[in-house]
Write a protein that binds this ligand. Structure first.
Ligand code: ATP
Length: 470
């Protein structure tokens, strides 16, 4: 929630506006959530909105509720507050002092309305289960849009969820940031639990695993640690690149890995790179990571980005016109998280200004983002970045030289120019030393096809894209 307020928009302010904002948020959540969830978790929350609307603090009665709200509802509440108010507000969760908070949803507790908070009702079994397995129930196969970019990873993940312990063990999913790796692994866990509610499933981020190892080490509780991890039916572990240089963690993970595979439990891992690209991880682990199925998730293609936008808008009960979705998708290309951010801005801007969603509105709402993009990615910038990366001279981008060591980076630069700028094929050809547009088309097709086949090239392109997008 760090986005900027669209300029020149009026803001509501003062305690009454704060009260009204939280009330509107509560009403929306009451509509969106099942009554039992709403009554158990949301209704008891006490909100305090800072006078300048920079921060909203939700007070909860105990640590258990705090963890639960953070895991299950914080993102949703933050997005809702932002979309209602039309600008970013930092959302904080805090433990309530029994005497220091109001029973109502007051935004600015005064001595008059201070009192004790009733603790929320005891969580039901599914809530306790979700806290244990750390799965986000909203991240399912149903809410994951399928496209060329994730088709193979999705199919493999579906297979694992339907028949864990058989094929593709371990399943190793890799790709750049915000492309849906975490979503996919949660979907595997949620599907398995839907089919077999008694299955022992755990989703864990690699950093948390590291921290569990450290705790077990300090407290000498490795038996409990092993009991916990080695007894699972499905271990979902996110971002294993974080194991780099952590020898003890790698050893414990190796043990868990062997134990789980021996009892035909399934392991699904994600990483920002393919196994052999992982730095500072022991060879014996790397080779095991690669011993099942390794699949990539690519940045979503245009049509997929459009579908994601339309679906996510629909989930917010908004119909986004296709032409607007195309406009946004053409301009926000890097990853789904950024697409979600752009959508949030557009919805907030539309609600706050009470205007229909149109291309013009999207242009205004995304003005900052669009100007950064236009500033950063030019063909000249691409030529320089690619030339530096492959250690050739920038002048070779325009020259007629043909050795592969030069021609290939040149083709890669042409491909990136087509992908990352709005320039036409003839315009790109012109900027590459007056080449014909068919030469550019050939380069774009060639690199695009090879990208699907060659993991190493794909990785290089990821690095270049990230560098160019800044
Ligand atoms: N294909 C998709 N359909 C719908 N939503 C998606 C899709 N891919 C990603 N998302 C959404 O985009 C956001 C970012 O995805 P996610 O956190 O899974 O990315 P990630 O690859 O794990 O990123 P990181 O490497 O930064 O952890 C999430 O809100 C996720 O639900």
């Amino acid at each position: 929630m760090t986005e900027e307020l669209p300029r020149n928009t009026p803001h509501p302010s003062g305690p009454d506006a704060g009260q009204a904002l939280w009330q509107a948020c509560i009403e929306q959540l009451a509509q969106d959530l099942p009554a039992q969830q709403f009554n158990t978790w949301i209704k008891p929350l006490v909100a305090q909105v800072a006078g300048d609307f920079s921060r909203i603090t939700l007070y909860v009665p105990n640590r258990f509720t705090l963890d639960w709200i953070r895991a299950q509802y914080a993102g949703r509440i933050a997005a809702l507050v932002e979309s209602l108010y039309g600008q970013s507000i930092v959302l904080e969760l805090a433990l309530a002092q029994r005497t220091a908070v109001s029973r109502t949803h007051s935004v600015a507790p005064s001595p008059a309305n201070m009192g004790a908070v009733d603790p929320p009702a005891a969580p039901d079994d599914s809530a306790r289960g979700a806290l244990r397995n750390r799965l986000n129930a909203g991240l399912t196969f149903d809410t994951l849009v399928e496209g060329t970019a994730n088709r193979m990873a999705r199919a493999a993940a579906m297979h694992v969820a339907g028949m864990p312990g058989h094929l593709y063990n371990p399943l190793f999913i890799y790709g750049g940031v915000g492309l849906g790796k975490t979503h996919l692994v949660h979907a595997v866990g949620n599907k398995l639990l839907a089919d077999r509610p008694d299955a022992k499933v755990l989703y864990i981020h690699a950093e948390q695993f590291v921290s569990d190892v450290v705790k077990a080490y300090q407290r000498k509780t490795f038996d409990e640690f092993k009991e916990r991890y080695h007894s699972l039916d499905l271990l979902l572990i996110d971002d294993v690149q974080f194991f780099a240089n952590k020898d003890r963690t790698q050893e414990e993970f190796f043990n868990a890995f062997e134990a789980l595979l021996a009892k035909k439990s399934h392991i699904v891992m994600t990483s920002d790179t393919y196994p052999k690209g992982l730095a500072d991880i022991h060879e014996r682990l790397v080779s095991r990571f690669d011993s099942g199925l390794t699949v990539a998730i690519e940045p979503p293609e245009l049509e997929m980005r459009v579908a994601i936008l339309i679906n996510k808008a629909r989930a917010e009960n908004v119909e986004m016109p296709e032409e607007v979705a195309f406009f946004v998708a053409k301009n926000v290309r890097s990853n789904v998280r950024e697409l979600e951010g752009a959508l949030r801005k557009i919805l907030a801007y539309s609600r706050f200004n009470q205007k229909e969603i149109s291309i013009q509105l999207a242009r205004e709402a995304l003005r900052d983002l669009l100007s950064i993009q236009n500033r950063q990615i030019s063909v000249e910038n691409i030529q320089k970045t690619v030339a530096d990366y492959y250690k050739i001279k920038v002048a070779d981008m325009y020259s007629k030289k043909r050795p592969a060591s030069i021609a290939r980076p040149r083709q890669i630069a042409m491909y990136l120019a087509k992908e990352l700028t709005q320039k036409s094929l003839p315009e790109i050809g012109e900027l590459f030393g007056g080449r014909d547009h068919t030469t550019v088309l050939h380069a774009v097709r060639k690199i695009s096809a090879e990208r699907q086949q060659l993991t190493e090239l794909n990785q290089q392109l990821h690095v270049l894209e990230q560098t160019l997008k800044g």
